[in-house]
Design a binder for this molecule. Structure first.
Ligand code: NAP
Length: 246
């Protein structure tokens, strides 16, 4: 499906990003595995892809830093010649009620989750416009649609990402580039591993399918949006949440 295509996946060393990278690689894309701290985990993902006959490379960059995001995109172009698919997946949480939330915790979540996506789009879009094709998929959250007590910073960043997705889709649709967002519900990764069993059971009660999601559930939606089959879909937010938010 993605033969001769290059995908850049931010935050691909673990969790949802890792599953997205593996799924795109399985369909033939060469992958740039971005990470910020966990080099050995990122290199493990590269190894896994190479062992299955694919091409991948791990590149360290803090996406919240404009220059580092530029260097990341530059490296992808230098190594694989283009960026056909950009998945803005890197994200962090710093939860707390607004009465106690520090300015630093508010800023950092916005910087990584929202500005990080802007930074990568800002550097990738000129390449995609030149080649007159491309797919951008932003990983938002259902929290960006419905809000969540204790996550004002995170919800604001994810709602912002939806605004960015829709605006950019309108800007570059005429150049053959689609921009969509995937909104996961409750997915079992390091990000949610801090929640205790009781909280997970309570969450399941509010999910129509009565189970938590897996990173592969998100990767499947991303693969679809990145494929030719989604050529006429842009500016959309697809919730992949087992029926948690409707
Ligand atoms: P995770 O397991 O905590 O992994 C986060 C990934 O982001 C890691 O690869 C991490 O790299 C990378 N990262 C963090 N800060 C970065 C930065 N400044 N620059 C570059 N990379 C950075 O998270 P996850 O659960 O897979 O979540 C992935 C995305 O899905 C996030 O955007 C998250 O908000 C969204 N999401 C998750 C859920 C859920 O239930 N899990 C629900 C809705 C939305 P290192 O390994 O190097 O630290």
């Amino acid at each position: 499906m993605f033969k001769n295509k290059t995908a850049l996946v931010t935050g691909a060393s673990r969790g949802i990003g890792r599953a997205i990278a593996l799924a795109l690689a399985e369909e033939g894309a060469a992958i740039v595995i971005n990470y910020v701290n966990n080099r050995s985990l990122a290199e493990e993902v590269v190894r896994e892809i190479e062992e299955s006959g694919g091409k991948a490379l791990a590149v360290c960059a803090d996406v919240s830093n404009f220059e580092e995001a530029g260097a990341l995109v530059g490296k992808a172009k230098e190594l694989f010649g283009s960026v056909d698919i950009l998945v803005n997946n890197a994200g962090v949480t710093k939860d707390g009620l607004i009465m106690r939330m520090t300015e630093e915790d508010f800023d950092r979540v916005l910087e990584v989750n929202l500005k990080g996506a802007f930074n990568c789009c800002r550097h990738v879009v000129p390449l995609m416009v030149k080649q007159r094709s491309g797919r951008i998929i932003n990983i938002t959250s259902i929290v960006g649609l419905v809000g969540n007590a204790g996550q004002a910073n995170y919800a604001a960043s994810k709602a912002g990402l939806i605004g960015l997705t829709k605006s950019l889709a309108k800007e570059i649709g005429s150049r053959g580039i689609t921009v969509n967002a995937v909104a996961p519900g409750f997915i079992e990764t390091d990000m949610t591993s801090g929640l205790n069993e009781k909280m997970k059971e309570d969450a399941k009660e509010n999910i129509a399918l009565k189970k938590l999601g897996t990173p592969v559930d998100i990767a499947n939606a991303v693969c679809f949006l990145a494929s030719e089959k989604a050529a006429y879909i842009t500016g959309q937010v697809i919730s992949v949440d087992g029926g948690m938010s409707f």
